[in-house]
Design a protein around this ligand. Structure first.
Ligand SMILES: Nc1ncnc2c1ncn2[C@@H]1O[C@H](COP(=O)(O)OP(=O)(O)OP(=O)(O)O)[C@@H](O)[C@H]1O
Length: 760
């Protein structure tokens, strides 16, 4: 029996409301397409947002502003102005609370649509949607509304389609024109709905990405003592975190927001279209329809490969290839000096080929899957669709044949019957096509869900590793402590934080059980202000390792303890490899201070000039075009200049203790000496790691690491200034004697030669 058309049942009021809705939607889209000049004028009138070049430079310098309530406002230069983004740091309590939601998963876990996947997804969603009234949740609700609206509109279109063809078949010109008018009226909200769905999907993805990225940044870039960005690779065993944060979060958010539409919309379509169709198809047809769904699900489930695992492997390989490219970019000069281009190319090429081979294998696997899917959705469903449509049509036909046997039947009744049948056919056909489309999308969504499972596992692995990294045992940091005290500390390479039990499936936080490679055993020393320490010993013996323990990067092992003054005014380390930060010349000197911190400190560029003079870099501002010049300083400054910049930072921050890890090895001895004297003049206590005996004169204690594999060490006093002068004199005399060694060797050779000549 033909159903009542959805639109045929509409009242005039409903039509009017519908047209008002369409007009508002239309006007809104026109507004958003207002000429650029109008928008510019509006912007200028409201905020005076446009900045001069100088103001822009200042904004670039400022990076962020701390608000009185502790929040930070990021100043992001955008077009000719600055866009302000308020950042609320994630409270530490939230990280602590989230630890139990992020238990570690074993490395052997294969992503799939199972319970662990749901648990992982829920844990991540709790971060992505912090509350039901968050912006993300509101966008999601809006998105859902538009998805429902589109399904309702699709049904309307299907019904209207049938009605127009019916009017055409029954030659009802008025009805046909009315139908055409409604067709255009429906087209407006339908097309607008489509673009809004796409827009809201992208917006949702971006918001989720921002939320997750902020959370991850706050967790990853944690300050001392957690230092997760430093410890995640060595202790957490997680490589390529950059790829996880930049690419996997984006992939996860895209996939999640797309999957929502890809699952909700076709599910809704299936539900509503089926309910609409069942009115036309009757009980038998509906049962057949459900039988069809069941069969399809069984076939496709059997034919679906492990897309989740494949997606996770693809993300890992992509990360490895990207890391390789990054390494060559970073170390380009070293590679060029060695002429290692070909070698690097083959390494990169291998990483790329592994990735491509994997992607290719996915494509191959997809052929069989997509073939099955196409066959089932396009052909099987269409055939079943024809059968289903034929049921009411054939039944009506049979009935109409019965009608024709009645001799009194009028011709009008017969033509009405044909028109109604055509309407039923067209509507049902359109609904079935939409149904097949929805089914297809749902099946694709199954594959997408598996891929989402892969990305979820990647993101979950990152977050669970970061959450579960145990905080290092708290050292006795105190701003008021005026000495460094090390008592009975073993210095060793930190063991992995997590161990995978051979029987169990869960990883556990278990650093105590893992063996550690001890470099220095039972180290005890006390260093008061003004007592300068030099640490020496052969290469690889553990000198830097001691510095890492002193600075709090590595935990003190063996049950010992390190006491030190806290903060960067307590202990400041200049590492072996010079590091240049992105930013201006000024930023290089004040690092890790930001520009606002520099302003707050009350220091001026004159003070910075003094600092540079002490580091023999006073020529830099003039040479580089001023303090605010921004360059790739890693490439612009020479090796020695970069090392001197490290010393300039020590002079700027004036810490109580400065650990200098062979950070003047490329600086000439005279400049090195002047810098050491200047540091001591500023009242900085020096802990120098060096193999240069000439530096001994600036220190009072000498820690020598034996390097015989036993972890032994000796601590000796270097002596008073007079004693050190004596040592200096001895060094000078020995050096001058050593200079004569070559002459003596030449003379010795001559004498040997003379002897052999005389013997002949
Ligand atoms: N992150 C790490 N992972 C594994 N081993 C490490 C790590 N860091 C250091 N080591 C090892 O610890 C040992 C001591 O390293 P350290 O950097 O302290 O040596 P060093 O005495 O400062 O040497 P050099 O004089 O060459 O700078 C080395 O054998 C090194 O290979």
């Amino acid at each position: 029996m033909p159903s009542k058309s959805l639109l045929a049942t509409s009242t005039p009021q409903r039509h009017a409301a519908f047209l008002v809705f369409a007009t508002v939607l239309l006007l809104r889209s026109r507004l958003s397409r207002a000429p650029a000049s109008v928008i510019e004028k509006l912007k200028a009138a409201t905020a005076g947002n446009t900045l001069t070049q100088e103001e822009l430079m200042q904004a670039l310098q400022q990076v962020y502003r701390t608000e009185p309530d502790g929040r930070k406002t990021l100043l992001v230069p955008y077009k000719a102005g600055v866009s302000k983004v308020t950042i609320e740091p994630t409270p530490k309590a939230q990280f602590v609370a989230n630890i139990k939601r992020f238990p570690l998963i074993p490395a052997s876990y294969k992503p799939n649509l199972d319970k662990p996947f749901l648990r992982q997804l829920l844990a991540i969603l709790r971060i992505a949607f912090p509350s039901w009234h968050s912006k993300e949740a509101i966008i999601l609700v809006l998105h859902s509304l538009f998805l429902v609206l589109r399904t309702v509109l699709s049904i309307g279109v299907a019904r209207l389609d049938g009605r127009i063809v019916r009017d055409l078949v029954s030659a009802d010109g008025k009805g046909f024109l009315k139908g055409l008018g409604l067709w255009f009226a429906l087209a407006i909200p339908s097309t607008y709905t489509n673009s809004m769905i796409k827009h809201l999907q992208s917006k949702l993805s971006l918001r989720l990405r921002t939320r997750l990225t902020r959370y991850t940044h706050d967790l990853y870039m944690s300050s001392a003592p957690d230092l997760r960005y430093y410890r995640v690779a060595l202790e957490g065993g997680l490589e390529g975190v950059d790829h996880y944060i930049t690419s996997d979060i984006a992939g996860f958010c895209d996939s999640l927001s797309a999957i929502y539409g890809n699952v909700l919309k076709p599910s809704l379509d299936l539900l509503l279209f089926t309910s609409q169709l069942s009115r036309t198809l009757g009980v038998r047809g509906t049962i057949l329809l459900f039988g069809n769904y069941y069969l399809t699900a069984r076939i496709l489930r059997a034919a679906t490969p492990a897309f989740g695992r494949l997606a996770a492997v693809e993300a890992r390989l992509e990360g490895e290839y990207r890391a390789g490219m990054g390494r060559v970019g970073r170390e380009s000069e070293e590679v060029a000096f060695y002429g290692g281009g070909l070698r690097e190319r083959s390494i990169l090429w291998r990483a790329y080929l592994r990735l491509i081979k994997h992607i290719n294998s996915i494509y191959k696997i997809r052929i069989a899957y997509e073939w099955t899917e196409d066959f089932v959705i396009k052909y099987l469903w269409s055939a079943i669709g024809y059968c289903l449509i034929s049921i009411p049509v054939l039944l009506t036909r049979r009935r109409s044949i019965a009608v024709q046997t009645i001799p009194t039947a009028s011709i009008t009744a017969v033509s009405n019957e044909v028109a109604n049948r055509t309407e039923t056919y067209i509507s049902s056909r359109r609904l079935l096509i939409s149904l097949a489309d929805a089914g297809g999308r749902l099946m694709y969504a199954y594959k997408d869900l598996l891929e989402l499972a892969g990305l979820t596992t990647r993101l979950y692995t990152l977050l669970s590793t970061l959450h579960n990294l145990p905080s290092p045992p708290s050292s006795a940091d105190d701003a008021h402590v005026d000495r460094i005290e090390v008592s009975h500390v073993d210095v060793g390479i930190p063991p992995p934080a997590f161990s995978e039990p051979s029987n169990g499936s869960e990883l556990s936080v278990d650093s105590a059980a893992a063996p550690s490679w001890i470099l220095v055993r039972d180290l005890s020393l006390e260093l008061r202000e003004g007592e300068h320490l030099m640490i020496t010993g052969s290469n690889g013996v553990g000198k830097t390792a001691v510095a890492r323990v002193l600075a709090g990067l590595w935990a003190a092992q063996g049950g010992g303890e390190v006491k030190r003054p806290s903060g960067r005014t307590g202990v400041f380390v200049v590492p072996q490899r010079a590091y240049m930060v992105t930013g201006s010349l000024l930023d290089q000197v004040i690092y890790p201070h930001s520009y606002p911190e520099f302003m707050e400190s009350g220091k001026t560029t004159e003070d910075l000039m003094e600092v540079l003079e002490a580091a023999n870099l006073a020529y830099l501002p003039a040479r580089e075009g001023g303090w605010h010049t921004r360059k790739e300083w890693r490439d612009v400054l020479s090796g020695g200049e970069k090392q001197r910049m490290g010393m300039a930072r020590v002079f700027y921050h004036k810490p109580k203790f400065a650990i200098l890890d062979e950070c003047t090895s490329a600086v000439s001895s005279d400049v090195e000496g002047r810098m050491y004297e200047h540091a001591k003049l500023l009242g900085i206590t020096l802990i120098t790691i060096s193999l240069r005996p000439s530096l001994m004169r600036y220190h009072t204690q000498l820690l020598t690491l034996s390097g015989d594999g036993t972890g032994r060490w000796t601590l000796s006093r270097i002596g008073t200034a007079e004693e050190r002068m004596g040592i200096d004199r001895e060094i000078v005399s020995l050096e001058s004697k050593l200079a004569d060694v070559e002459k003596w060797e030449v003379r010795l050779k001559e004498l040997h030669h003379l002897l052999t000549v005389q013997e002949q």
